[in-house]
Design a protein around this ligand. Structure first.
Ligand code: TYM
Length: 333
């Protein structure tokens, strides 16, 4: 079976973009692959973080993986900081990654601008840690949203560079992964600005639908979300990014084709469309929230699962780390 690895950061609340762009696709493919799903808590401290909520957020994300339908029989669920090989491989990769590759990363530039003076070295290094996450598991496929494409390309470049530097004309040391970016849902946009992506770090909670929002909050957010005064809703009009985003959401949530939604909504006004979208969101999130509450009533089960996940993940990751250390020329005992 091909191997899949992906992860979500335990920063703030997970939203519809994280679900539709990533987790939903993990669930859809899980039976066909050998899966590793990581809660990437080392990434979560690359921007200033609150130590009093990190652990709780980590459990929340792991519980949401299960609540969204990840099946522990198909997938290893673990926490990044529990497997020390992630940090160790990052160091080795740091030392062969040209600085200017990192300075070219769009996400770094965007986040660095927001941080002003306070940019940590770890923020620049974020994509090297992500490369380590993926390369440690010899992952074939990495299901992510559209915003991670550049990080995946960098991961491939880093792997190719290791192979070139230390295994020229030999079997490769690291496997080059492929991104898996689904057509629908790969870029969910903000509810308050259809040209910006939905994001955990947007200061306005009205800009996103969190997976744990109540039905009332969801209703309110969709009622107030940005639209336009035009009647008749269409996809792909560059002048109408909100219409494109909301129709796209409706399409993935109801599992319809784009053509079917385009036909259904061609004559609609917003007043008619918004309740339909609201119902579709609530119908998707309610069962997830129900399962989430059940899992969180007693953390014993979740902790046990994460311990077993750590052991399984460490076995695979440590073997890769050994291989890389050997290739770098380290004195292994
Ligand atoms: P994070 O936590 O920011 O995002 C988690 C996943 O959600 C996707 N995503 C979106 N998809 C569609 N529309 C949106 N508005 C939207 N916002 C976020 C992201 O593309 C991502 O798939 N760097 C990763 C975390 C990571 C990782 C890894 C991923 C660390 N190591 C190894 C894969 C493999 C990230 O952005 O997380």
């Amino acid at each position: 079976k091909k191997r899949v690895l992906s992860g979500v950061q335990p920063t703030g609340s997970l939203h519809l973009g994280n679900y539709l762009g990533a987790i939903r696709n993990w669930v859809a493919g899980q039976a066909n692959y050998e899966n590793y799903f990581c809660v990437v808590d080392l990434h979560a401290i690359t921007v200033p973080h609150d130590p009093t909520v990190l652990a709780a957020n980590t459990y929340t994300v792991a519980a949401l993986y299960l609540a969204c339908g990840i099946d522990p029989n198909h997938a290893t669920i673990f926490v990044q900081s529990h497997v020390s090989a992630h940090a160790e491989l990052t160091w080795l990769l740091n030392c062969i990654t040209p600085l200017n590759w990192l300075e070219d990363m769009i996400q770094f530039k965007e986040k660095a601008v927001k941080q002003g003076e306070n940019v940590a070295a770890g923020l620049l290094d974020y994509p090297v840690l992500m490369a380590a996450d993926i390369l440690l598991y010899d992952a074939d496929l990495v299901p992510v949203g559209d915003d991670q494409k550049q990080h995946l390309e960098l991961t491939r470049d880093i792997a190719a560079r290791v192979n070139y530097l230390f295994a020229r004309n030999q079997p490769p040391i690291l496997k080059l992964p492929e991104p898996f970016i689904a057509k629908a849902g790969a870029r969910v946009m903000s509810l308050t600005d259809g040209t910006k992506k939905m994001s955990k770090s947007d200061p306005s909670d009205m800009s996103r639908i969190n997976l744990l929002d109540s039905a009332d909050e969801i209703r309110k957010k969709i009622k107030r979300c940005k639209t336009d005064p035009i009647r008749g809703l269409v996809f792909d009009d560059p002048e109408r990014p909100e219409a494109n985003n909301l129709l796209g959401l409706y399409q993935v949530l109801t599992g319809q084709t784009k053509e079917a939604v385009a036909a259904e909504c061609a004559e609609m006004g917003w007043g008619q469309f918004k309740p339909l979208l609201t119902d579709a969101v609530i119908a998707t999130l309610e069962p997830i929230q129900q399962r989430y509450r059940e899992i969180m009533t007693d953390l014993t089960y979740l902790r046990g699962l994460l311990k077993a996940g750590r052991d399984q993940a460490a076995t695979v990751a440590n073997a890769t780390l050994e291989r890389v250390k050997l290739a770098f020329g380290y004195a292994l005992l």
